[in-house]
Design a protein. Structure first.
Length: 102
């Protein structure tokens, strides 16, 4: 795979991971929750933080595979965290802002 295909893979993975907490009631999409009938918003946000770092780890592994890993400063993490929040917007709208009929 090329660097371009790795980049698109990470972007797609980030979009999927950002929406995962809003599209199901399971913890990280795998484990059922017995304590809550519906996942609270704080747990969904905590899930997003965990998934943000998981996607970052995958991106770091792919970057190290194609060459040297560049050191990043706080600006990089601030921008990527904001991008992750923007990618999560469709899932948030689906879960909280969509009008339910019936």
């Amino acid at each position: 795979m090329t660097a371009t295909s790795y980049s698109w893979f990470v972007i797609g993975l980030a979009a999927l991971a950002a929406n995962l907490p809003f599209l199901n009631e399971r913890l990280l999409g795998v484990m059922p929750l017995q304590a809550f009938p519906h996942k609270p918003l704080w747990l969904r946000l905590l899930e997003m933080v965990v998934l943000y770092f998981a996607v970052g780890g995958v991106a770091w592994l792919l970057e190290s595979r194609i060459g040297g890993v560049f050191s990043q400063r706080w600006e990089f993490y601030a921008i990527t965290a904001c991008l992750f929040l923007v990618l999560a917007f469709p899932g948030f709208v689906f879960r909280y802002l969509r009008k339910r009929h019936g």
